[in-house]
Design a protein around this ligand. Structure first.
Ligand code: PEP
Ligand code: MN
Length: 382
């Protein structure tokens, strides 16, 4: 059960104390207070853990400081979308909005290699009005002898270049808790020229100790990738680890499932799950077409498979697209074969815009339909 306090109720105020005192008298219930810090106000939510079945929702709602009470099902207590749960989705970070209604594109390098390539990428992003990118400094590699990423030493110049080209958010994978400290330190040393969204890769989806560390810090939002060989339920439970530790600024990413049944694609594209995640949770949903498809193959009309699946995810309501680009894919140290070219960025963005417009039209169409045919009045078969 979640007790949501009125927006003007501050921690420690008499109304707050009254609610806490009331809840503390209930046997077998413990409370965990979560503060949702927004641009204009801080919302306080109190999570009740234990046997909440005997609690009277209306009685709690009658307390002066309480806005409303939401009963949560056992699954995904914090990230989940529960019955009568009208809490907003999403968050703001460094001037960029992430929620279930909008769309952000993160085109960029799979792995940081040279300053020239990073600068060329960022210059092109600025030219086409893109404030977000992806840049890997720490790369989880199958082969121990493969390039592992430049690590902390590239961070200062990557962040400075991001500042130079107006990049607000860089999605950057971390594979160890020390990476979070290195990113924080480097941003501080360079004067906070940009922001970072910490990426949890598919190989670390169930690295619970890493999730706890990343969940305990509230500074950076998290791009959480679905595990490539586990059920959706297991991946969502893993995302709940982040939230249960206090960080709710989470975007959930689909990146394809590992199975030969998806051949010749690198992974089996799972973007049909975009609406499923939105229904089950309040997290914005990202799609990663590059790691799903893994090549630059195209259909007879000339459209790349990567662009086809991007459009499929966006027309289904995806809120973020993570896509590999590279100025010289043949020189890329990681995942060159799936990278799009810089000159393809405007084509990609235009294609995404077409799919997004189609999604918005579909959303409006069903809204009109539902207003004319409210679900409760619809007869069977009509
Ligand atoms: C990546 O985005 O660079 C990456 C390694 O992705 P994934 O964890 O989905 O394989
Ligand atoms: Mn990659």
């Amino acid at each position: 059960m979640i007790v949501i306090l009125k927006s003007d109720v501050k921690e420690g105020s008499p109304e707050y104390q009254d609610v806490i005192a009331f809840l503390q008298t209930r046997p077998g219930i413990t409370t965990r207070v979560h503060k949702e810090v927004g641009a204009l106000q801080t919302l306080i939510e109190i999570y009740l853990i234990g046997n909440t079945a005997g609690l009277d929702k209306m009685e709690i709602e009658s307390l002066a400081g309480v806005e409303r009470v939401v009963r949560v099902s056992e699954e995904y207590r914090i990230i989940g979308r529960h019955k009568d749960d009208s809490r907003p989705t999403g968050f703001d970070y460094n001037g960029v909005r992430f929620d279930q209604d909008n769309l952000n594109v993160f085109a960029g390098l799979c792995a940081v290699d040279t300053p020239e390539h990073v600068e060329a990428m960022m210059r092109t992003l600025k030219e086409f009005g893109q404030p977000c990118t992806r840049m890997g400094a720490y790369k989880p590699r199958t082969n121990p002898y493969a390039f592992q990423g430049h690590g902390a030493k590239c961070l200062p110049w990557v962040f400075e270049l991001a500042g130079k080209y107006g990049i607000k958010v860089i999605a950057m994978e971390v594979t160890h808790d020390s990476h979070v400290d290195e990113i924080r330190q480097s941003l501080a040393d360079t004067g906070q020229p940009t922001g970072v969204m910490l990426q949890i890769g598919t190989r670390n989806t169930q690295n619970f100790e890493l999730l706890k560390i990343v969940g305990r810090q509230h500074e950076f939002p998290v791009l959480f990738k679905r595990g490539f060989g586990i059920t959706l339920e297991e991946s969502l439970n893993a995302a709940e680890y982040l939230a249960s530790e206090g960080n709710r600024k989470i975007v959930f990413a689909l990146r394809g499932m590992k199975t030969n049944l998806g051949d010749p694609h690198r992974n089996f594209v799972d973007f049909a799950h975009v609406p499923v995640i939105k229904r089950l949770t309040r997290m914005p949903v990202c799609i990663d077409p590059s790691h799903s498809v893994g090549s630059r193959e195209r259909d007879p009309s000339g459209i790349l498979d990567v662009m086809h699946v991007t459009a499929q995810g966006v027309i289904a309501g995806a809120n973020m697209v993570l896509a590999d680009f590279h100025p010289a894919p043949e020189k890329a140290l990681v995942d060159g074969p799936q990278a799009l070219l810089l000159r393809e960025l405007p084509l990609f963005l235009e294609d995404v815009a077409i799919a997004r417009e189609a999604y918005e039209k579909r959303r409006n169409l069903v809204k009109t339909f539902t207003s004319q045919h409210p679900p409760t009045q619809t007869a069977v078969g009509s």
